[in-house]
Design a protein around this ligand. Structure first.
Ligand code: ADP
Ligand code: MG
Length: 375
């Protein structure tokens, strides 16, 4: 069992909360609130119980500042922002905290020890607090210090959203019949294990996005200048599995613009940038009959005007009477404007973490809470 926040006595304690606040920011403003909103229940719980809440989080890929997040959280409750972890100035801020106060540290990925899971850094982080809470499900597939290192040293618990992610995504480990897994997006190598596992567990596995290009190429079809990976030998392994459904038509771009084509009619100078409308109809036949649907990964290059079929798929999944789980950073951005997140049974905040969890129900961040205590 994963230790739960609700089982810890947090009153008056300093709690190091690893939160998942990696939200899209543009021009210094938070542009999507989803991950802020889902972080609030755990923060509010800790405040209500009188803990001193020390929040550790990361943002972006370039060590972007968490100051905009601090300002955004500040609309809900006062937040003290600490520009580093261990200076005298920060120590004074922590020492000055009353029960229920909230402090947010600057981007933890600016610290060299974080990604390396440096032992000394993890111990120094742990020494800042009495207890540790992980509510950063989307970062829990990473063996980083703030995810797996800190709970070696102080008691660790899963936060409220983290527990919900585990509970809901666990359903995808034993899906109800008939079940459908829809996988799109890019980077075959990150989705290979999921495809293999899904073919064992799901009744149908529908492939779209750039992943589908690899399947076309493996079948000897022309893919023109489309994005493909170099994993064709692995793709061939899946090719003849009758559970695997790949697109029957695609949207290509050539010198003249967009065209819908059968998959066998793509030309040398064309790039496949979306699946076609007949493919979404075919996918919908499986989705509308299903009891359980999981979807991760856009069907096309939505950022550049090839989002139509991703939207069509989103509407089909939302309209299905099946239990529906969706997730993925790009997947959620691609359908944000539809405002239909309420129509899914569960929207995971995880991308890579969601995929890794669905493979075998395990993540380094979960393991670290259960097994690794040395204190
Ligand atoms: P998620 O973040 O939801 O897990 P991924 O990161 O796996 O999804 O994939 C999203 C990316 O896939 C987007 O940047 C999108 O443009 C790209 N993509 C999907 N289909 C295509 C395609 N046919 N050609 C190029 N890029 C594609
Ligand atoms: Mg992505």
């Amino acid at each position: 069992m994963i230790p739960r926040l609700e089982d810890a006595d947090v009153s008056g304690k300093k709690v190091l909360l690893r939160a998942g606040l990696n939200v899209p920011v543009a021009d210094g403003l938070v542009v999507d609130e989803f991950r802020i909103d889902i972080a609030l229940p755990t923060i509010n719980y800790l405040k209500e119980k009188g803990a001193k809440v020390l929040i550790v989080a990361h943002l972006g890929r370039e060590g972007e500042s968490l100051l905009p997040i601090s300002q955004r959280l500040g609309k809900h409750f006062p937040v003290v922002f600490a520009e580093d972890f261990f200076s005298e100035d920060t120590k004074a801020k922590i020492d000055g905290m009353q029960n229920s106060d909230v402090l947010l540290f600057e981007n933890v990925r600016r610290e060299v020890g974080e990604k390396e899971n440096d032992e000394v850094f993890a111990k120094k982080l742990a020494d800042l607090a009495d207890l540790y809470v992980n509510d950063a499900f989307p970062a829990s597939h990473r063996e980083h210090a703030s995810i797996v290192g800190v709970p070696l040293h102080i008691p660790g618990y899963a936060g409220i959203r983290f527990q919900e992610e585990v509970k809901e995504l666990s359903k995808a480990l034993e899906p109800n019949f008939p079940s459908v897994m829809v996988i799109g997006g890019v980077k075959f190598e990150t989705k290979e294990v999921l495809i293999r596992e899904s073919l064992k567990r799901y009744d149908h596995v529908l492939i779209g996005g750039a992943l589908a290009n690899d399947f076309f190429k493996a079948r000897g079809l022309e893919v023109g200048t489309s994005l493909v990976s170099n994993h064709l030998s692995v793709v061939c392994e899946f090719l003849h599995d009758p559970k695997l459904i790949s697109p029957i038509d695609v949207v290509v771009q050539n010198g003249e613009g967009k065209k819908i084509r059968a998959v066998s009619e793509v030309k040398e100078d064309e790039a496949i940038l979306d699946v076609g409308p007949k493919t979404i109809e075919l996918f919908n036949e499986h989705i509308s009959d299903a009891s359980f649907v999981v979807w991760n990964g856009p069907m096309g290059n939505f950022e550049n005007g090839f989002g139509e079929q991703t939207e069509g798929l989103a509407k089909a999944v939302a309209a299905s009477s099946a239990e529906t789980i969706i997730g993925g950073g790009d997947t959620l951005s691609a359908i944000k404007q539809l405002n239909i997140l309420d129509a899914f049974s569960f929207v995971s905040s995880g991308g890579g973490a969601m995929l890794d969890f669905i493979v075998d129900g395990q993540l380094p961040g979960i393991d670290a809470l259960i097994n690794k205590r040395s204190f």
